[in-house]
Design a protein around this ligand. Structure first.
Ligand code: NI
Ligand code: MN
Length: 232
């Protein structure tokens, strides 16, 4: 699989069977993303919550590509009322897309849709676990604080192989709590996200790497630059 980071929490996951999954497609207003939104293709768009820096260009991309939108029940209704193909889910549930299993897991974060004229209730913020054709599990944490079920549910039960974890602080975990989240989840590989997009979430990912190395040395931290692809 190829996992391209487009800055912030936006990732493009291309699976062995060439399915294109976009996660939190914050593209055109994302200062760290240099890809023009018109060039983004997708079979599936997964949205962790309704904040503008995650919902991003989902409407435009879904409209142009016909991609199926996977999100919580409330955001799914928002899309279906505008005529889009969508699959609503909720925390703890799974959905299948070709040979990919997608599970929605909890995240501790607010989740209203914040880019409309009036703030609109958007259900619950979530993370996703993608179980690929080869059994590898990729966990996208969305925006979240540190919470106990990262250990009990995400780590001990789902056992993801690759974890995408926010480290920017202010709106999510910062370096210290994110490195503890990595210890609890205990993946093989961790990729930090949701940092350096804006001044208020500036962080040095090398400091995060050092903290993880101290707490759980067998986890490999991969620091991507926006536009970089991690391949396995
Ligand atoms: Ni948010
Ligand atoms: Mn965010």
């Amino acid at each position: 699989m190829d996992l391209r980071w487009m800055g912030h929490s936006a990732f493009e996951l291309i699976t062995e069977e060439n399915l294109k999954i976009l996660i939190d497609p914050f593209i055109s207003n994302n200062p760290s993303c240099s890809v023009p939104v018109e060039e983004i293709e997708a079979d599936l768009i997964c949205i962790t919550h309704g904040h503008a820096d995650h919902f991003g260009d989902a409407l435009e991309i879904a409209n142009r590509t016909g991609a199926l939108v996977i999100a919580n029940h409330e955001i799914s209704i928002f899309f279906s009322r505008q005529g889009f193909e969508t699959q609503g889910m909720n925390i703890g549930g799974s959905s299948h897309f070709h040979n990919i299993k997608i599970t929605m897991v909890d995240a501790i974060h607010s989740a209203d849709i914040d880019f409309m004229e009036e703030i609109t209730p958007g259900g619950k913020a979530c993370g996703f676990i993608f179980e690929l054709e080869n059994g590898r599990k990729i966990y996208h944490a969305g925006d979240t604080s540190l919470f106990g079920d990262l250990k009990l549910v995400v780590g001990d039960f789902y056992k993801p192989d690759v974890a995408l974890i926010p480290i920017g602080d202010r709106y999510t975990m910062g370096l210290k709590d994110a490195s503890t989240a990595v210890k609890w989840i205990s993946p093989q590989i961790v990729i930090p996200m949701h940092y350096n997009t804006f001044p208020v979430i500036e962080q040095d990912p090398e400091d995060f790497m050092d903290l993880v190395k101290n707490k759980i040395p067998n986890v490999e931290v991969i620091i991507l630059n926006p536009g970089d692809t991690y391949t396995e």
